[in-house]
Design a protein around this ligand. Structure first.
Ligand code: SF4
Length: 538
């Protein structure tokens, strides 16, 4: 069998110059380096070389050689550097950002040193040359903690979204309106090694709700804690020559037997809209094909017999969680793209909420949530705080399982007692029936957040003495910023009456310390009333 031949792509007429900048954050010096056009393949090789040269003291941004082409999906921004999570070199990328970054006119940037104070790095091409500016953000913690109200529509933004919008309002006016994009870290970058770099497309000076991430590896934590950079503003006036996808058709016809546009449509049906399944995007398509292979309650579902797994899929996912998505997102064609022109428009939205499968599954069924309203709240908090929602879902699932199994005393972490988590109301499934189920250790101290001793019946109080409440659901039409702000201040207290009877519980006090928000999700109680045939395993 012949080995596949590498795809020989049409060479763009205006190649980004193979230049790089090295920015010394401590003394402000900028060094420009010209590379032989074939010396570096792309942003990952560039990042690897910088890592070899500077080790943990370098952090790179880069875009690929097709970033100024009309090919969809080729406009990702790559960051490279040391990951404290991985304890080695790591790379991560965010969709669509290179579509704007290319207007800086320099494809690769290395940061070395450390800014004296938390700062925004502004990479802008002013029409004549690429310029680099470092501006302090003296109110960074306030932006994270208190949020930022956008003047244009009054939206109250929090965390990394607040920082993005504030930087756009302060410094974005110097950029061409359609050629600027912000990236920012959230408080997760300051207090964990799991922080992401968050970036939303910009329309008329306002960030949209299509939140993109350099999500893996905690690269936001590296950027903030090692380099003291909390945000970037990128773009400018450098213009590539306009090209049509037709220039690439000969390559695609030779390789794939059809024009580029046709190949794109054919290979991305799952992400766009598949008439065969009547859905689209990763959330819709994955659940449509999952059947009994459902993974829920931190993978505990794998121990359930097939009929139970199928019943859970039909009742909780297809019958409610996925059905909500179909009715709200697919039926109303709430489809967006990641910031670059793309016919696929894989970003499936419900108002301000972006519904990708991975975060809505891990911060969804994997932690016992089968309701879009509940999943939206948890995902919005994770996004705004600058966590990787997928990773956070894995961590919380592990935590809830460990509590359920009685592996440690949750009150030692200031979490509700084991008996307050109805996640634990069902018999644990991870252990064999002969093993002792999960008798929780008797806490020696009261729960830090609740004086409740057992069960859910006694009215509990939080550490500040405010009564924990169960309230009717609040309208889902509020802005994402408001939803996030309410949740992070632990007023996400709607007692949900979904078919799965999953409910939230929070206290009425507005605990406004952002440092607490990292644990706010742990105040969620999962209560699922057993009904019907007992499919509520977990
Ligand atoms: S909208 Fe989706 S499919 Fe299109 S380029 Fe962006 S991430 Fe890729």
């Amino acid at each position: 069998m012949n080995a596949p031949q590498p795809l020989q792509l049409h060479q763009p007429s205006s190649w980004l110059p193979a230049h790089s900048l090295t920015v010394a954050l401590d003394d402000g010096s900028v060094t420009r380096t010209e590379h032989h056009s074939d010396a570096i393949t792309g942003p990952i090789e560039y990042g690897w070389r910088a890592y070899q040269q500077h080790g943990r003291n370098a952090f790179t941004f880069g875009i690929g050689r097709l970033a100024d082409s009309p090919l969809a999906g080729a406009r990702r921004l790559f960051v490279c550097g040391y990951s404290h999570q991985w304890e080695s070199f790591y790379l991560s990328s965010a969709g669509g950002v290179a579509y704007t970054f290319k207007h800086f006119g320099i494809p690769w940037v290395t940061l070395v040193g450390r800014a004296a104070q938390p700062s925004v790095l502004i990479l802008r091409h002013d029409g004549n040359a690429a310029t680099v500016t470092l501006e302090p953000i003296p109110d960074l913690e306030s932006l994270w903690r208190d949020g930022y109200r956008r003047a244009s529509d009054g939206a109250q933004l929090t965390g990394a979204l607040a920082v993005q919008q504030a930087m756009l309002d302060r410094f974005g006016v110097a950029f061409p309106p359609k050629q600027v994009r912000a990236l920012a870290v959230g408080p997760a970058a300051a207090v964990t090694w799991e922080g992401t770099i968050v970036s939303n497309p910009v329309e008329k000076g306002a960030i949209t709700w299509v939140t993109e991430f350099c999500g893996r590896g905690g690269m936001g934590s590296t950027l903030f804690r090692d380099f003291n950079i909390a945000a970037l503003l990128v773009g400018g006036a450098w213009e590539p020559a306009k090209e049509s996808t037709k220039a690439y058709d000969p390559d695609f016809e030779a390789r794939f037997g059809d024009r580029y546009v046709k190949v794109e449509q054919r290979t991305t049906v799952k992400y766009s809209f598949d008439p065969k399944t009547g859905t689209g995007g990763t959330f819709g398509s994955n659940y449509a094909a999952m059947g009994d292979k459902i993974l829920s309650f931190h993978y505990q579902s794998v121990f359930a017999p097939k009929p139970e797994r199928l019943a859970q899929m039909e009742r909780f996912v297809r019958g409610h969680y996925w059905k909500q998505f179909q009715e709200e997102t697919i039926a109303n064609k709430q489809f967006e793209h990641c910031g670059e022109p793309c016919s696929v428009a894989c970003k499936k939205m419900n108002g301000p909420h972006k519904k990708d499968y991975e975060p809505y599954h891990t911060l969804g069924p994997q932690i016992g949530i089968f309701d879009q309203r509940a999943a939206e709240r948890v995902n919005d908090v994770a996004d705004a705080m600058g966590f990787d929602a997928i990773q956070l879902g894995g961590t919380l699932g592990w935590l809830f399982e460990a509590i359920t199994a009685g592996d440690f005393d949750p009150t030692e972490l200031g979490l509700p007692r084991h008996t307050n988590c109805a996640f634990a109301a069902s018999p644990p499934t991870r252990r064999s029936s002969t093993s002792s189920p999960t008798a929780p250790r008797t806490p020696t101290t009261p729960c830090a957040r609740s004086t409740r001793s057992s069960g859910m019946s006694a009215p509990p109080r939080c550490a500040k003495g405010s009564a924990l409440q169960r309230r009717p659901s609040t309208p889902a039409t509020r802005t994402r910023g408001r939803a996030t702000a309410r949740f992070t201040s632990r007023t996400a207290n709607a007692a949900r009456s979904s078919p799965t009877n999953i409910s939230f519980q929070g206290c009425s006090a507005r605990c406004r310390s952002w440092a607490n928000t990292t644990s706010s999700t742990a105040t969620i109680s999962f209560r699922r009333k057993r009904s019907g045939n007992g499919t509520s395993r977990g």
